[in-house]
Design a binder for this molecule. Structure first.
Ligand SMILES: Nc1nc2c(ncn2[C@@H]2O[C@H](COP(=O)(O)OP(=O)(O)OP(=O)(O)O)[C@@H](O)[C@H]2O)c(=O)[nH]1
Ligand SMILES: [Zn+2]
Length: 369
């Protein structure tokens, strides 16, 4: 089920759109750059963009910098851009990025206490592959729920991928999401005894052939972004699926974060994919800020609870003490499944009306004391 994007654009997006002039008539002072070649941004590194020019599978990779009038415009991995100048991709060559195409989707994270800056994770993605480990690190449904909300809000289809099934069981997660339409896949390494080898090595774990087959058919023809906490096995998975060799790391015992962590997003066009297949690996995230998502979109993303929403009184906060809350009644009636109460608790946390979060609750209610 795909939801409509709520269509929220921030100022920078507006600027991006204002700067797109591919379809506009040429004016004296503003060249249309009709000669620009179009490619996809595959990495971003301190103002330098690697742009893949292949229209059918991996093509020439060109390094580019933004043209003067685009210098303040953010360009992210997944963006489709127009290049002029030296687009040969020869060693040391540098092209000029003169145009950014309208984005079909924008996946963003709001600033929160784990990250002070709002970030656009990726542009033009169609699927969000939420990667969690069955164990080491322990999966957090709060993080998964946040990611699902962000995906639906941005118009991406969320898919849950459970890794490290040699170390833990994916069944509890399947049970928790049983009343939703969330697609859940688990990836298992081919040789579990190998998988338990010391962390920190730089090679990929082989995935069993069924996992590879299932994942590839899921990814084929889509731009899919892999997102998850550090150390859950995103790079391992992407390497196994895309045939790349990005370095992978172990979970740091002290910080609980991954070592040798991927530090920026990377889009890969796998050789087995049909036209338009892109796999985007992203750096590990701690959380997923949702301040940019309207409250109704948060409720709608809990599709197992959303039917109760229609019965809520106008302006219902859905908090535990909200009189006549339809979602609460749905859960009490048992129609939201055995995990209904936990799902509602998670929804309340995302809405900032969970019982233990008194401060947020006051904000939500508009209390001015
Ligand atoms: N036992 C087991 N270990 C795995 C599996 N998948 C990945 N690992 C290991 O988990 C560690 C972290 O894997 P990465 O692929 O680097 O994790 P990541 O999510 O990309 O981490 P960041 O780059 O920090 O975001 C590595 O030591 C991997 O070898 C698995 O299925 N089973
Ligand atoms: Zn309600």
């Amino acid at each position: 089920m795909r939801r409509r994007s709520s269509g929220h654009w921030d100022e920078s997006d507006v600027r991006i759109r204002a700067n797109k002039r591919g379809s506009r008539p040429r004016t004296k002072d503003r060249p249309a750059h009709e000669d620009a070649v179009i490619g996809r941004v595959v990495t971003v590194d301190r103002g330098r963009y690697t742009v893949d020019l292949g229209s059918e599978g991996p093509g020439t990779e060109v390094t580019a910098v933004r043209a003067k009038d685009l210098r303040r415009v953010p360009v992210v991995v997944g963006d489709l851009v127009g290049l002029v100048g030296d687009t040969s991709g020869a060693e040391g060559s540098l092209a000029r990025l003169v145009r950014i195409e309208d984005r079909a989707t924008v996946l963003r994270r709001s600033a929160d206490d784990t990250d002070p800056v709002e970030r656009v994770v990726v542009a033009n993605a169609g699927q969000l592959i939420i990667v969690v480990a069955a164990a080491n690190p322990t999966p957090r449904t709060g993080f998964i729920d946040r990611s699902i909300v962000a995906a639906y809000d941005a118009g991406l289809e969320p898919v849950l991928c459970v890794t490290k099934t040699d170390l833990g069981d994916a069944a509890p997660l399947r049970d928790y999401y049983a009343e939703t339409s969330l697609r859940i896949l688990s990836s298992s390494p081919e040789r579990p005894e190998e998988a338990a080898a010391p962390a920190g090595r730089h090679e990929s774990l082989p995935l069993d052939p069924t996992t590879v087959e299932t994942m590839r058919s899921l990814l084929d023809g889509h731009v899919s972004v892999f997102l998850g906490h550090s150390g859950v096995g995103k790079s391992t998975l992407v390497n196994a699926l895309a045939g790349t060799s990005r370095s992978t790391g172990g979970v740091n015992e002290v910080t609980g974060r991954g070592r040798h962590t991927s530090s920026s997003a990377l889009a890969i066009s796998p050789s087995w994919g049909s036209v338009g297949t892109w796999v985007v690996d992203t750096p590990g995230v701690r959380s997923f800020g949702l301040a940019h998502v309207p409250k109704e979109s948060i409720v709608e993303a809990f599709e197992d609870l959303a039917p109760g929403y229609a019965d809520c009184p106008k302006g219902c906060t859905h908090a535990a003490d909200a009189a006549g809350c339809g979602i609460q009644r749905l859960v009490d009636s048992g129609h939201a499944g055995p995990y209904g109460a936990q799902r509602l608790e998670s929804l309340r946390r995302l809405l900032g009306v969970a019982a233990e979060d008194g401060l947020d609750q006051m904000k939500e209610l508009g209390t001015t004391t």
